[in-house]
Design a protein around this ligand. Structure first.
Ligand SMILES: O=C(O)C(=O)Cc1ccccc1
Length: 311
């Protein structure tokens, strides 16, 4: 029997990122081959090029909000879809080469989201010390190990991986932060509906009064709750915005499918970004009786009879 090749995962690397930890929490030990990518863009590009089957990238954080590289990377270029979401609690250490003292630190390097989530604590402990961006927390730890900077904000496991020691533990401004990661693939068969799914999309609204209200109404009238909505600049069109949103439900369900079809009519552009099982530990709101699939089916049959003259 021919064996199915192992799934090739590309995650935001290098080794020791929160993205790698999220991947380990999502797939069984030994499952698939896992390759670090140098950036979110590189992970997504590997999937688009067919060099990887799945990218695991950070989408948003409970403290700092969305990760622009991922939001924009999913919106631009060949279509990709989210097949799964994974939530990971994040905690940070300030790590340095052995022998470094807090007073020796002249710059702190990390992923912008990690710097943002530790800004207050770093300002207290290292007043006036500048911060430098890195492509990931583990890339920052590696840079410190190589002597490129004095201290990194990273996961405890990254500090260990690159031979660093913590100068300070738990440097997060808000303990209990959680990061939402997504697994992204080229379009193909959708995950089966589970009854507790989310659907993600990006809509470019027309430049007219009430255009956003029109988008929201299509969800509201079908009893669909949104779990996230934010605007992003389209970037190629000055002051024109797209709205990136997640809603409850699966595109295979009538109310969600009809809402998307309605958006396709009222928006300039709609990009479907996938329907996948909800994993934030919450359950979808009950579907109003009039928005259940059976009611859509029955209404469609009724309309067909009218059109056939069977009034
Ligand atoms: O850089 C990492 O380790 C990542 O996986 C991205 C990230 C950065 C900061 C908080 C959560 C995730």
């Amino acid at each position: 029997m021919p064996q199915t090749p192992p799934t090739r995962f590309a995650y935001l690397g290098p080794e020791g990122t929160f993205a790698e930890a999220a991947l380990s929490s999502a797939v069984a030990p030994g499952e698939g081959v896992r390759r670090p990518a140098a950036s979110v863009a590189a992970a997504l590009a590997a999937v688009r090029a067919g060099d990887a089957d799945v990218a695991l990238v950070p989408l948003e954080n409970s403290v700092e909000g969305s990760v622009p590289a991922t939001m924009d990377g999913l919106t631009d270029g060949d279509p990709l879809v989210i097949t799964r979401e994974v939530f990971l609690p994040v905690s940070f250490v300030l790590a340095a080469r052995p022998g470094t003292r807090l007073g020796d630190v002249r710059a702190v390097v990390s992923h912008p989201h990690a710097l943002a989530q530790t800004a207050r604590t770093l300002a207290e402990r290292l007043p006036g010390v500048p911060t430098l961006p890195a492509s990931s927390t583990a890339a920052a730890a590696r840079a410190v190990a190589e002597g490129g900077s004095d201290a990194a904000v990273c996961a405890p496991i990254a500090a260990e991986r690159y031979g660093l020691v913590p100068l300070a533990d738990d440097v997060a401004d808000f303990p209990g932060a959680v990061t939402r990661f997504v697994l992204v693939s080229r379009p193909g068969a959708l995950p089966e509906p589970t009854g507790d799914d989310k659907t993600s999309l990006v809509a470019v609204v027309a430049d007219r009064t009430g255009a956003l209200l029109d988008v929201l109404r299509e969800f509201a009238v079908r009893g669909i709750s949104l779990t996230r909505i934010e605007s992003r600049p389209t970037r190629d069109r000055l002051w024109v915005y797209s709205f990136s949103l997640d809603c409850e439900g699966h595109v295979a369900e009538a109310r969600v499918g009809e809402a998307l079809a309605a958006l396709h009519r009222v928006c300039e552009d709609v990009r479907f970004l996938g329907s996948y099982p909800r994993a934030d530990g919450r359950t979808n709101r009950p579907v109003p009786a009039e928005a259940a699939d059976a009611r859509f089916t029955e209404a469609g049959e009724w309309l067909a009879r009218l059109r056939a003259g069977e009034v």
